[in-house]
Design a protein around this ligand. Sequence first.
Ligand code: HPA
Length: 280
Amino acid sequence: MNGFDNDTYLEKINKAAAYIKETAGGSFSPEICVVSGSGLASLSSFCEITKEIPASSIPGFPVSTAPGHEGMLFAAKAGNKDILIVNGRVHYYEGYDMRDVTMYVRVASVLGVRSLIITNAAGGISESFKPVQFMAISDHISFMAESALRGPNLDDFGTRFPDQSAIYEPAYIDILMDVAKENNINLLSGIYAYTKGPQYETPAEIRMLKALGADAVGMSTVPEVIVASHCGIKVAAISVITNLAAGLSDGKLSGEEVITNANKAADDAALLIGKLIERI
Ligand code: HPA
């Protein structure tokens, strides 16, 4: 059906998972997957990397072309927990279809991952959000985008119509809030609007998203979170507010500013993630 071939996709997922497991050492069994967003590639300081696996070496694995996203996976240890780190996820705007964009989540699921911790860079819409600070995503708006679950259901992973009432694990948000407070990190929770990009939004689009209740906007994360919810994986998602969204400041938006500001947040992001992992 229209390019959706579940058997081929499943085979690709299983092959990639088997390759990662073998390359990382057969005993590698991650329960947690951490994904670093734009400009946050250096946030692996919360763990000890045991194996570097270039995305390009993994059979069938999509490779990022976006600036600030080096295509690298890491097998890592934090305390006694095995962690899979994905640096350089791919985006819909690069031309990948939603199944490629979200493939790493299914691969992680096959490897045994039960918790996904995602970071991204986002533009602030709510007056409460100023660059550079953090937002724990509590919910999202993405009805304008194609669903990553479109096509025949992958029954091996989950149900046709997955519930979306609480896909950002409330207990993880509570932990992040506690950690932020204990460490003087500026973190609020809020609603993330997904836009497909690659162009930034127009001021009119931002006014619309604001009227709909969005607190921040970005071009990633949501497809993967939807797939994680389909797989029964719990999610924590942290946005770094790198800029005011279009029309909310006098300046123009630029990818360079996003990466520069995300870099500034990398140490605090690593701290938040490290402490979350300890308490999961
Ligand atoms: N819009 C969309 N994506 C983004 C932004 C933004 O303002 N900032 C960082 N990623």
